[in-house]
Ligand binder design. Structure first.
Ligand code: ATP
Length: 437
């Protein structure tokens, strides 16, 4: 693994961002748990996405559909057939498995040089049984993408929310894929979370909305998540690699330590999903256009991002090492909206009762307004280091002078500049500093 990945994995564990799932039993096949700091980061990413995609838009509404659906959904969507399968090859000698399309030489094992089997199709759907009898009739699947829950609710949302085309439905939720080659930490896992939006449009408007969403999504990563421009790029899919449902696809890629790779896809899905669900369910999903008095099956432009990959991108992009007085300072320069903890309250010394008491009082004042943390379990230098490593924008120290002048020291994470601020002005001061400009 590249050095920077090792550092991120270790920081994630050390500071409560991400733990290996079922760690006490030796871990479980590429599943991860988000710790107390990681869950805040993830929630913040989702909140910022929801604001941009739902709250700020009159033409997009939200949804939270079930993970387990009728297996008929997956028959109709094409996920049970070859469409949603990877080509798998296995080394006859060391038995390592690879995705065929990731190998340069499809005959030789990249690990031991052994001979590889011919590629076999491997379906990625996770199976389960619903109910007490585990037979064919009880078999179903965990969803492999959140958007199918959107398509099967298209009519419900259209009718109950009085939507007019063009409009979108957005959803955030878990998805499951029995990946052949999970790895690179949380980049490819078998359980992950997606943030997807399906935009229903008039046939023929596909290119216009595809280009519009492509631009909006890239701008969101630049401006809302604060990702560096030089680390982002678009990559258009060739005809041969298009997913089974797509007429056109472009990925937004990040320059990970293991190369440029996708973390969001924008897809022109045409009428693939609604037409197939109409065919399989017997329902009519055609839309009556009041202007032209004509009926049509809406087409879809989809934006499909990963919460976990976004969190990984945010962590990698924010990671900095700086030399400060001959020591290395590790700091996450996270966008303030994404920072798990906005303000930490730290007593300058921990063996002085009045100072500890005052610091706890200040924490109580701030807690209802900001995600805050109180910490007195180390020397002030160590406490600062911890907060820098989780990207806390402001640290507040309570010292002997505080007891006299009712002021505290506010330290800025990025500049390390310190301001003396009166306790009764602290909420306004921090609100102003944390506001998005
Ligand atoms: P890849 O080519 O990397 O397998 P994909 O093209 O299959 O990804 P999509 O089906 O377009 O991915 O899913 C949309 C988004 O969901 C991806 O951009 C990614 O952020 C996320 N995602 C998909 N598969 C995984 C996975 N196994 N682990 C983590 N996130 C994933």
């Amino acid at each position: 693994m590249p050095v920077i990945m090792d550092k991120i994995v270790s920081l994630c564990k050390r500071r409560g961002f991400i733990y290996q799932s079922s760690e006490i039993y030796g871990g479980f096949g590429s599943c991860y748990d988000y710790g107390p700091i990681g869950v805040e980061l993830k929630n913040n990413i989702k909140r910022v996405w929801w604001k941009a995609m739902v709250q700020d838009r009159a033409d997009v509404v939200g949804l939270d559909s079930a993970v387990i659906m009728s297996p008929k959904v997956w028959e109709a969507s094409g996920h049970l057939t070859a469409g949603f399968a990877d080509e798998l090859v296995e080394c006859k000698k060391c038995h390592h498995r690879f995705k065929a399309d990731e190998l340069k030489d499809k005959t030789k094992c990249p690990d031991c040089g052994g001979k590889l089997t011919i590629p076999k199709k491997f379906n990625l759907m996770m199976q389960t049984y619903v109910g007490p009898v585990q037979d064919e009739a009880a078999k179903t699947y965990l969803r492999a993408e959140t958007c199918q829950g959107i398509y099967v609710n298209f009519e419900n949302v259209l009718d109950t929310m009085r939507m007019k085309i063009p409009f979108g439905i957005a959803q955030i939720g878990k998805a499951f894929r029995n990946e052949i080659t999970p790895g690179n930490f949380t980049f490819r896992t078998r359980e992950f979370e997606q943030m997807e939006m399906q935009y229903f449009i008039k046939p023929g408007d596909n290119d216009k909305y595809f280009d519009e969403w492509k631009k909006q999504r890239m701008d969101w990563y630049l401006n809302n998540l604060g990702i560096k421009k030089e680390n982002l790029r678009f990559r258009e899919h060739s005809k041969e690699e298009l997913p089974h449902y797509a007429r056109k696809a472009v990925d937004i890629e990040y320059n990970y330590p293991f190369g440029f790779k996708e973390f969001e896809g924008i897809h022109d899905r045409g009428d693939w999903d609604l037409s197939n669900h109409a065919k399989h369910s017997g329902k009519d999903f055609s839309y009556f256009d009041e202007k032209t008095k004509k009926k049509y099956i809406p087409n879809v432009v989809e934006t499909s991002g990963g919460v976990d990959r976004s969190a990984l991108v945010v962590l990698l992009d924010a990671y900095h090492e700086e030399k400060v007085r001959k020591e290395t300072r590790v700091v996450l320069k996270l966008d303030k909206d994404l920072a798990p903890i906005k303000v930490a309250v730290l007593p300058l010394v921990r063996n002085k009762e009045e100072i500890v008491k005052k610091a706890k009082e200040v924490y109580e004042i701030l807690k209802p307004h900001f995600m805050s943390m109180y910490d007195d379990t180390g020397s002030i230098g160590r406490l600062y280091r911890r907060q820098d490593e989780i990207g806390t924008p402001f640290c507040i120290t309570i010292d002997f002078d505080t007891l006299e002048d009712k002021k505290v020291t506010v330290r800025d994470r990025d500049t390390m500049k310190q301001d003396r601020v009166a306790i009764d002005k602290l909420i306004d001061f921090l609100q102003d500093k944390l506001a998005k400009r």
